[in-house]
Design a protein around this ligand. Structure first.
Ligand code: UDP
Length: 239
């Protein structure tokens, strides 16, 4: 047993933080909190605190990256040194590059990039406090920031993970479950099309467990989707 590893993850049907197996952590989303960004969002998701800022469409630098047929979408995920218990070395690393890449791939299918040729749309995701699931929190925040910037989109992109701990499939792992659990399956989707734009997996699942976890994560996405829409309605009104 590793240091800090709990003896049991689930006691009487409840997880170590008191949640049911299919229960999300508490999520708060606020749209448009940064004055100088074209669009922004702040998301608190359990112990995660994540800010997203969107700029553009704007001129592309360096110029040679510009595309004559569409805007380029650039995403930068960054974790603050103080966001985790062991100080994180500042600056990009393999993990942040990977998360930036999958975030762009998760969001790009909903953005009408063809409307803005020769421009860039930049999205910055800053993790101020981390407690597992920061890529999902970042994607959820980024898509609200894009909407807040008025970027034309087919839909919002909610994101949520499911996983396996103590032999059970559970929704939305928190840090102890993520560190010592058996699997983690982050998902992002386009609800209107029922299409998946992010699917990653850490650990091992049988096919049956995978299907159950995927279904649970997609249900989690739909709950996050409602909260994203509510945040935009709070700022802009409308039905
Ligand atoms: N983490 C950390 N230090 C790091 C990177 C990650 O403590 O340098 C923690 C952090 O709480 C993060 C969790 O490990 O949320 C899980 O990281 P993972 O790479 O699985 O990504 P995430 O679940 O945040 O999308």
């Amino acid at each position: 047993m590793k240091v800090g590893e709990p003896e049991k993850f689930i006691v009487k049907g409840k997880r170590l933080d008191g949640r049911k197996l299919d229960e999300l952590r508490e999520i708060k989303i606020e749209a448009g909190i940064l004055k100088r960004a074209d669009g922004s969002a702040y998301v608190e998701w359990g112990g995660n605190k994540v800010m997203a800022a969107c700029y553009g469409p704007r001129e592309v630098h360096p110029r040679h990256l510009a595309r004559s047929d569409k805007a380029i979408l650039r995403c930068t995920y960054n974790m603050a040194p103080f966001s985790v218990s062991d100080r994180k070395r500042p600056g990009p690393d393999r993990r942040s590059r990977e998360i930036s890449k999958v975030t762009r791939e998760a969001l790009e299918p909903v953005v009408f990039t063809n409307l803005f040729p020769r421009t860039a749309i930049d999205v910055f995701i800053e993790v101020l406090q981390a407690n597992a699931g920061t890529r999902c929190t970042g994607i959820a925040a980024a898509s609200v920031a894009l909407a807040d910037a008025g970027i034309p989109m087919r839909d919002l992109v909610p994101s949520c993970a499911a996983g396996k701990v103590g032999g059970e499939i559970v929704l939305d792992l928190f840090d102890v479950e993520d560190n010592f659990g058996e699997a983690d399956l982050p998902v992002a989707m386009i609800p209107r099309k029922n299409e998946i734009t992010l699917l990653q997996m850490d650990g091992n699942l049988t096919q049956e467990e995978f299907e159950k976890a995927l279904k649970l994560a997609m249900e989690g996405c739909i709950k996050v989707y409602e909260l994203q829409k509510e945040a935009l309605r709070r700022k802009y009104g409308g039905a």
